[in-house]
Structure formats: structure tokens, C-alpha cells
Design a protein around this ligand. Structure first.
Ligand code: PEP
Length: 250
């Protein structure tokens, strides 16, 4: 099963507009020798300038979140149509920082996914366990409920552009990477759960990214695993040479 690789950078709350434009201009030098989908997720404020700088390159520009309502009295929130107008064609939903710091539950994320899909945004839906959950042998329970509750009510057809990112919370921004074997094990579990809820075809075709302290030095061994189709990168996506090497993994 050949799934197109997907290499994504989540900038989190980093980069001014100018820094973002400079960064993506440097990324254009990547050879993209693996013919991957390449995505960057700037802050809302930089989406428009970054999307303009990337016009015609095929890079995907994503928001890091969106709200589920279309418009109204929701101070600080940004709707799917607003991020689309700014130039994004994708959105990351359910990042563990959103879940832990801003109260995004599976139920809320289920509504955000609906709103994003209504606007034909590609959704990168993040799942992953905390260290305490891993140590308590709860990986399967946690991942299953994130998938079942987050994706409840959608057909395989509606979710055909969906990408899943497996991001063990204990590996994000900590320098502790899951071993390629640990990543592979959970990616296989995710395909098993998706087979149950959306069917074998869907589960075989969906791309599953690993995220958690990915760097130029470890990307090759992670990408070598059968069920790993890409990476979602935080810190190292802010450094042009590092992210370029990640895009052109061996
Ligand atoms: C992330 O932001 O999704 C992430 C995985 O961060 P880092 O690569 O810095 O661990």
C-alpha cells in the first residue's frame, strides 16, 4: 500500500509574519525527493502572508485550530471560513496543547471537525496518550476514545482527506522521542481501531503521522516504519535547514 508521505510543521506560537515568510522562502529549496505533501501551520496572523509566499509551490498552509461556529459573539475565536479566506486549506485539530491547556475535548473536537469539513478544509486530527496513561497501560483505551468520539457520525467518504497525527504527549517538546518501534505499534493500533469504525479500505488508505521530538537525526528511522506515513514536527520545523532535511528524509 503506497501512501503519499506527509511532512508537516507546526509552528505553535512562534514567528512574526516576516519570520514566517523568510522561513517558507528558504523551504522552497527542499528537493522534495520523496514526493511528499508538505504542510506548514503558522499562527493565524501569518497565514495570509505565508500562503501568498507559497502560492504555486504546492505547499499546504494550515491553521493550528479553528472554532466550530460560523460567526457571532465568540471573542477571540476564528472560524473555518475565516482561515480559508486567509489562505489556509487545512487545519490541525486536537493538538495535545489544545487538549491540555485550552479544554478541547473529544466532543468539542468532533464539532470542530464537522465545521472544518463543511468548508472542505483538510483536517489533521491529533491523538496521543500522556506518560501516566502509558504507564497505566491505557494507550489503547485513550487512543480508541479519541478516535471513536472525535470521528463519531462521519462516513469514510466524508473523512477521505483526513490525516491522523499520533503524538504521544510525553514526547512533545521534551526531546524524548518514541522509538520507531513504539510509534509503529501505536500506528498499527490506530489502523485497527479505524478498521472497526470506518472499514478496512479507509484504515489502509489514511495517512498517519508521528509527532514528538522529530528531528533531522531521527526522521529516517521513524519514516522507515511501515505504518508511519509522515511526521508532524514542532521545534525543528522552525529551523529551515533542519526542516528541509526532514522533508528530504532518506
Ligand atoms: C508538535 O508540536 O506537534 C510537536 C510534536 O512538537 P516537537 O516536535 O517540538 O516535539
Amino acid at each position: 500500500m503506497a501512501r503519499k508521505p506527509f511532512i508537516a510543521g507546526n509552528w505553535k506560537m512562534n514567528n512574526t509574519i516576516q519570520e514566517g515568510v523568510t522561513l517558507v522562502n528558504a523551504l522552497k529549496a527542499a528537493k522534495n525527493k520523496n514526493n511528499a505533501d508538505i504542510m506548514v501551520a503558522p499562527s493565524f496572523t501569518a497565514i495570509n502572508a505565508v500562503a501568498n509566499a507559497l502560492k504555486g509551490t504546492g505547499f499546504i498552509v494550515a491553521a493550528q485550530d479553528c472554532y466550530f461556529e460560523e460567526k457571532g459573539a465568540f471573542t477571540s475565536q476564528v472560524s473555518p471560513s475565516q482561515i480559508k479566506e486567509a489562505g489556509a486549506t487545512a487545519v490541525i485539530l486536537g493538538h495535545s496543547e489544545r487538549r491540555a491547556l485550552f479544554g478541547d475535548t473529544n466532543e468539542i473536537l468532533n464539532k470542530k471537525i464537522a465545521a472544518a469539513l463543511r468548508h472542505n478544509l483538510q483536517v489533521i486530527y491529533c491523538v496521543g496518550e500522556t506518560l501516566a496513561e502509558r504507564e497505566a497501560n491505557k494507550i489503547e483505551t485513550v487512543i480508541t476514545s479519541q478516535l471513536v468520539e472525535g470521528l463519531k457520525g462521519y462516513t469514510a467518504e466524508e473523512l477521505k482527506t483526513l490525516v491522523i497525527a499520533y503524538e504521544p504527549v510525553w514526547a512533545i517538546g521534551t526531546g524524548k522521542t518514541a522509538t520507531p518501534e513504539q510509534a509503529e505499534e501505536v500506528h498499527a493500533l490506530i489502523r485497527k481501531v479505524l478498521t472497526k469504525i470506518l472499514g478496512a479500505d479507509f484504515a489502509n488508505n489514511i495517512r498517519i503521522l508521528y509527532g514528538g521530538s522529530v528531528k533531522a537525526e531521527n526522521v529516517d528511522s521513524i519514516m522507515a516504519k511501515e505504518n508511519v506515513d509522515g511526521v508532524l514536527v514542532g521545534g525543528q520545523a522552525l529551523i529551515a535547514e533542519k526542516f528541509t532535511r526532514i522533508i528530504d528524509y532518506e
